[in-house]
Design a protein around this ligand. Structure first.
Ligand code: ADP
Ligand code: MG
Length: 610
């Protein structure tokens, strides 16, 4: 943020107390609610101070220690007490809360931290001497001479020791550490020219995140920074975005639909350089991909909306993660149109790679087994690429033959079955779709989606009655999940009620002992990864119940009839009857329909008979 701001010079900015008028206009509330919010405030201060390198050391998820070291412009010794007092800031003069160019402006973070922890701040301005000030539970000590380089070190120990009630609400060290790391990554995305390092000092100090300062062209600097944070796969599959509309500028990177994710965790939006969580804007991101992504897949993107600060109010929420646009529709519209345009232009690129890969897969599989044509559970391909390549006649020939072999002409519908809502199964097409006949029309069922919904409902019923019945694996499956392992292990008790028994198997590794019986044989590694995605996605905002429902829904996908398997007549009819008996069976867990009905007279209309 400082990079774009010409007002910030190398000289220390003087800290002043805001007047009561300004104080009253500032969104009030808790700034520091957990270690990650403390880290966020301190790192933002370092960025505001023009730092080029920011190092954060934490111990025990930030509960024991948070130390933020920067090489920014520092604070004058005389002003240290002011920095730790409420409503004192060097960043605004209080006259214009609508024209803010820095992360901070409320003058509250340091004071709030000093009130609830043991804190020290050591600082030195260019050409000055270092000084240090300590505070405990709101009591400030004296400013003392100290040693150190230019910049500031803020150390916060025993966060919330002065407010034990608050301590109780903190989550596990692992969860807090994860939140801290997330905060760091978001700020690192916003500031590619600043170097960031996160060190876990709980035991032997260990760097858990590091991004060196980038230089050069902004788009390239951001590209390199995102490669570091999101991984090469994201950036290699992402489109550079650059769109403008009525004073709003949209930049960043958005992944091709083929690089969609199982959860919304890879969506980052910044407004004027500030990481925000805004339903409107994420909704717009989702809307932009609506045509090219199914409901259960989530786009991955890092987007920056920039505009004149007067067009957006950042003073909405104490944590400054929410913003309000003067014209909300404008930002939303820009995201939708900007991304759609970029995706349309890239459509060719996406579909050509996918078509090529798909073709390749058919050619090799055709020799061995029947090709799996429609994999509803996989990342959906962009619309256009569902069309089979017409020039590949070999393939078409093979397909026609395979398809005709699936029809079972001996299937005679039983009269009473014809009267049932979903009718009598007559054929199984393309290894997934069931064609059923009713009295006055036909039903086309997506067997995979239907089965998924049924399994989900069954899992829910089992869970509510006596817990989901589990099936022990002969040999426990060992799955490596890295930092995700602790997240799942922390839920082990809840998961075991869902039929999934896991235990720790060394660092970052989980042993799966039992899986839900109803799922049959499952790929345990994939199951765990999907559940982790789901938990991370729904984790912080929803109730435990909602989270577990989401986990069940994910499990159901794994138990579903895989496409590519031929179904017998009685099996198909059984599925139709189960669908009739299952609540909400008209749609799969992802909101897609499980069947469509065509009335005879509509079919006749198609052929001009009516
Ligand atoms: P705000 O950031 O809203 O101004 P803070 O309580 O976070 O409020 O900080 C108060 C003041 O202390 C800032 O305005 C700034 O002048 C000074 N300050 C805080 N952290 C730093 C830092 N790392 N380097 C230089 N100055 C800082
Ligand atoms: Mg601040």
């Amino acid at each position: 943020m400082h990079a774009a701001d010409p007002n910030i010079s190398e000289n220390p900015a003087h800290i002043r107390r805001l007047d009561d008028g300004a104080i009253n206009r500032i969104a009030a509330g808790e700034v520091v609610e957990r270690p990650a919010s403390a880290v966020k405030e301190l790192v933002e201060n370092a960025v505001d101070a023009g730092a080029s390198q920011i190092t954060v050391a934490v111990a025990q998820g930030g509960k024991l220690l948070i130390r933020v070291t920067d090489d920014g412009r520092g604070i004058l010794p005389d002003e240290l007490p002011l920095a730790l007092s409420r409503h004192a800031t060097s960043k605004i003069d209080g006259s214009d809360l609508l024209n803010i160019h820095t992360f901070g402006f409320r003058g509250e973070a340091l004071a709030s931290l000093a009130a609830v922890a043991r804190m020290s701040i050591t600082s030195r301005v260019a050409g000055g001497d270092a000084a240090k000030l300590e505070a405990q539970a709101g009591n400030l000590g004296d400013v003392r001479p100290s040693a150190g380089r230019q910049g500031t070190i803020v150390e916060v120990r025993d966060l919330f020791y002065a407010t034990p009630a608050r301590l109780k609400f903190l989550r596990s060290d692992v969860a807090e550490m994860r939140a801290i790391s997330d905060v760091m990554k978001r700020l690192a995305m916003a500031e590619p020219y600043v170097g960031f390092e996160l060190i876990d000092e709980t035991e032997t100090p260990r760097t858990t995140f590091k991004a060196d300062a980038e230089s050069g062209d902004p788009v390239e600097a951001l590209r390199r920074r995102l490669r570091r944070i999101m991984g090469p796969e994201f950036i290699d599959n992402a489109l550079a975005i650059d769109a403008e509309r009525e004073g709003l500028h949209l930049t960043g990177f958005a992944a091709l639909p083929t690089y969609s994710r199982g959860s919304a965790v890879h969506q980052y939006i910044f407004v004027n350089g500030r990481p925000v969580r805004d339903k409107q804007l994420t909704g717009a991101l989702r809307a932009a991909y609506m045509d090219v992504l199914s409901r259960d897949r989530h786009p991955a993107a890092v987007l920056f909306v920039d505009c004149d600060p007067v067009l957006v109010d950042v003073n909405v929420h104490p944590a400054k993660t929410e913003v309000r646009f003067r014209e909300p529709g404008l930002a939303r519209g820009l995201i939708v149109s900007g991304l759609r345009h970029a995706l349309a232009e890239a459509g060719h690129r996406a579909s050509s790679t996918v078509a090529g890969e798909t073709l390749g897969a058919f050619r090799s599989e055709a020799v061995v087994e029947t090709p799996r044509v429609y994999q509803m559970d996989r990342a959906p391909l962009p619309r256009g690429s569902f069309e089979r390549p017409a020039q590949n006649t070999d393939f078409l020939g093979g397909f026609a033959e395979a398809a005709s072999a699936r029809v079972e002409p001996e299937l005679e519908p039983q009269t009473e079955t014809l009267d049932l809502p979903l009718g009598a199964a007559r054929a199984h097409l393309h290894e997934n779709f069931i064609v059923a006949q009713t009295r006055d029309g036909m039903i086309l069922v997506d067997a995979h989606a239907a089965h998924e919904r049924i399994v989900y409902e069954k899992l829910k019923t089992q869970r509510d009655v006596a817990g989901v019945s589990a099936q022990a694996l002969l040999v426990p499956e060992i799955v490596e999940l890295g930092s995700g392992a602790d997240v799942l292990l922390s839920m082990a008790d809840d998961l075991s009620k869902l039929g999934l028994t896991i235990e720790s198997f060394g660092p970052g590794t989980i042993a799966v002992r039992e899986t839900p019986a109803i799922l049959g044989t499952v790929d345990a590694a994939q199951l765990l990864k999907d559940i982790l995605d789901e938990v991370e996605d729904t984790g912080t905002t929803t109730s435990l119940q909602a989270r577990l429902d989401a986990v069940l829904s994910r499990m159901a996908c794994h138990g579903s009839v895989r496409t590519g398997r031929r179904m017998q007549a009685d099996e198909m009819n059984a599925l139709l009857r189960e669908m009739e008996a299952t609540p909400k069976s008209g749609q799969c867990n992802h909101g897609r329909p499980t069947y469509v009905e065509l009335k005879l007279h509509d079919i006749e209309k198609l052929f001009g008979r009516r």
